[in-house]
Design a protein around this ligand. Structure first.
Ligand SMILES: C[S@@+](CC[C@H](N)C(=O)[O-])C[C@H]1O[C@@H](n2cnc3c(N)ncnc32)[C@H](O)[C@@H]1O
Length: 269
């Protein structure tokens, strides 16, 4: 997996196009931490932080946040895109966190834990968390809906068919995501744990945002790597279908992009 995210061109595209962090998911992690451990919020570690999509909004609530990613290009892009002075980034695997024992209030991972060697990562999370510290792993199901006036059905069919083509380039992470992290939940070594599924998240976005999102998906990156011309032509055909459906004002419309998220939450005793 590191190979997919280790391409500078892809990291730049990921930072530019991946949909923004969901405030709902940020609040879910923080409310759980308040309920289980309470303040102070000294240190959070964002594992598989990518270009810092969740590191930055979480940083507003902690004295310090460390973003960790196995990919140097993701970390370089995260550093370029972060101005918060309480954020540090490290290139390091999730299975060897460069953090002291019992020093972290919140270990979290957004859209990343499905690629970790899960038993090793769980051991590390247990090692670095303070007593009462929390673990939060969240992501979305790779199935989407787009709503706009009376063409929602067609728009949803286009995004569904697009993802179905990209599935040819999937890896095992796709099944873990579709199962809403059931396997990851079972692997959490803490007795106090819960899994919240089927959380609706909606983004208001433009057609350009939707086309950008498609390009930020790792499966599209894999398609590009294997067949650059084929992937580019495929995206052009997808764009034409969207534009034909939305008509002349396609570049002006605000679409509703719906996804289903889930979160595994756990507290170290
Ligand atoms: C889809 S991105 C998600 C990035 C970010 N958390 C977000 O929500 O945008 C997945 C990230 O996980 C990282 N990753 C995958 N396996 C990893 C591992 N074993 N250790 C650390 N990072 C890993 C990848 O390099 C990539 O940046």
């Amino acid at each position: 997996m590191a190979l997919i995210f280790s391409d500078t061109e892809y990291s730049v595209r990921y930072q530019k196009y991946m949909l923004p962090a969901s405030e709902k998911m940020v609040q879910m992690m923080l409310s759980y931490l308040i309920e289980k451990k309470g303040k102070p919020f000294e240190l959070a570690v964002d594992v598989g932080c990518g270009t810092g999509r969740y590191t930055r909004p979480v940083a507003a609530h902690f004295e310090k946040v460390i973003g960790i990613d196995i990919s140097e290009s993701q970390i370089n892009e995260a550093r370029r895109s972060t101005s918060e002075d309480n954020v540090l980034y490290h290139t390091s695997p999730a299975e060897e966190l460069p953090v002291k024992d019992a020093s972290v209030d919140l270990v979290f991972a957004g859209l990343a834990a499905h690629w970790f060697i899960i038993d090793k990562f769980m051991q590390e999370a247990a090692r670095v968390l303070k007593p009462g510290g929390c673990l939060a792993l969240h992501a979305f199901i790779p199935i989407f809906e787009i709503q706009y006036q009376d063409v929602s059905e067609t728009l949803t069919a286009i995004i569904t068919e697009t993802i179905n083509v990209l599935l040819k380039y999937r890896d095992k992470s796709n099944d873990i995501m579709k199962n809403q992290y059931r396997e990851l939940f079972e692997a959490v070594p803490f007795a106090d744990k819960q899994r919240i599924t089927d959380i609706p998240v909606m983004y208001q976005c433009s057609l350009a945002d939707v086309l950008g999102f498609i390009q930020s998906i790792y499966m599209y990156q894999e398609f590009l790597k294997q067949d650059r011309d084929g992937a580019t032509e495929f995206l052009q055909r997808v764009e034409k279908r969207f534009r034909d459906t939305l008509g002349e004002s396609s570049h002006q419309v605000t679409l509703e992009f719906h996804m289903t998220c889930y979160c595994v939450l756990a507290c170290k005793s």
